[in-house]
Design a protein around this ligand. Structure first.
Ligand SMILES: [Fe+2]
Ligand SMILES: [Fe+2]
Length: 298
């Protein structure tokens, strides 16, 4: 076991940052004054091209690059094996979710016919999302689902959304991920909702078997307690509307246009580990309390 060496750690970190600046200065200073104009242009083009390629590669492999940097900064300390395992686990979850069968859906629906968390205030449940990390979300990483809900809510407010149903959707749509705290396998909770089998044109999404996940779980708890369109969007918030449109009833098409598509813009457009939204917590709580004035059996 390596011992922590504060001085070494500090030096290594500082050196790392400073080395980049030194190299940049050296490159600038060595630009030869006697190069031909054509040479300079070609050189410039090549530099730009390699710079763009480097940026593209850097973007593509940004998490891997971050992992290497972190390990270098920690050296010579031991690094827990799971330190950079997020994307590996995320990929495993995606693969496992894609293999969910119609039988799995039946089993999962049966499992959650009975209560999991008992009678709870939905506003308390929303706040428990602070404990909930989606291990498949490679855009939010270790940000909590409460952070995500607040990001969506704040983005709506910043864009002039005042409709309480839409704001409510921002806060509650991922509440079903609370199943992660009940030790359900993540592949049965997170990720998108895709059709497994069945369905007829115009007969409604309910006529097909879709993957079980957080949308379906939350829907089963709030249907009948909120307006129909709110329950419907909750259930289907992570489908691909363009792919599923042909199965929808005319009512579902109307809800898709009026609610689902605008909602998805906010749900998908503001996921970031760097965006710390400013929200009025009391107003958020009040909004959820108004929608669910009594405890709900979850
Ligand atoms: Fe979701
Ligand atoms: Fe979401």
């Amino acid at each position: 076991m390596q011992r922590f060496d504060g001085a070494r750690e500090t030096t290594a970190t500082t050196h790392d940052a400073a080395a980049g600046h030194e190299n940049a200065h050296a490159a600038g200073a060595s630009a030869a004054p006697r190069r031909s104009r054509r040479g300079v242009l070609l050189g410039g083009a090549a530099t730009l091209a390699s710079g763009a390629a480097g940026m593209a590669l850097g973007y593509r492999f940004r998490t891997e690059i971050r992992d290497v940097k972190l390990r270098a900064m920690a050296w010579p300390l031991e690094v827990p094996a799971e330190m950079d395992a997020f994307r590996i686990e995320a990929a495993r979850i995606e693969t496992a979710r894609a293999q969910q069968t119609a039988d799995d859906v039946r089993t999962l629906k049966k499992r959650y016919e009975t209560e999991v968390f008992g009678r709870v205030r939905m506003s308390d449940l929303v706040e428990r999302l602070a404990l909930c990390i989606d291990p498949s979300d490679r855009r939010l990483f270790c940000g909590s689902q409460l952070l995500h809900a607040h990001q969506v809510y704040a983005a709506m407010q910043a864009n002039g959304v005042a409709d309480p149903d839409m704001l409510l959707l921002g806060l509650i749509h991922d509440l079903g991920k609370i199943l992660l705290l009940a030790h359900e396998a993540p592949e049965s909770v997170v990720g998108v909702t895709s059709r497994i089998v069945g369905g007829e044109p115009g007969a409604g999404l309910d006529g097909a078997i879709y993957q079980f996940g957080h949308g379906e779980f939350l829907y089963s708890r709030i249907v009948g307690l909120v307006p129909e369109h709110v329950a419907w969007v909750t259930r289907w918030h992570n489908i691909d509307p363009a792919v599923e449109a042909e199965l929808m009833t005319p009512q579902e098409r109307t809800w898709t246009e009026r609610w689902l598509v605008p909602f998805q813009r906010f749900d998908g457009g503001f996921v970031s580990p760097y965006y710390l939204p400013k929200v009025d917590l009391a107003r958020c709580r009040d909004l959820v309390e108004r929608a669910f004035p009594s405890p709900v059996v979850v």
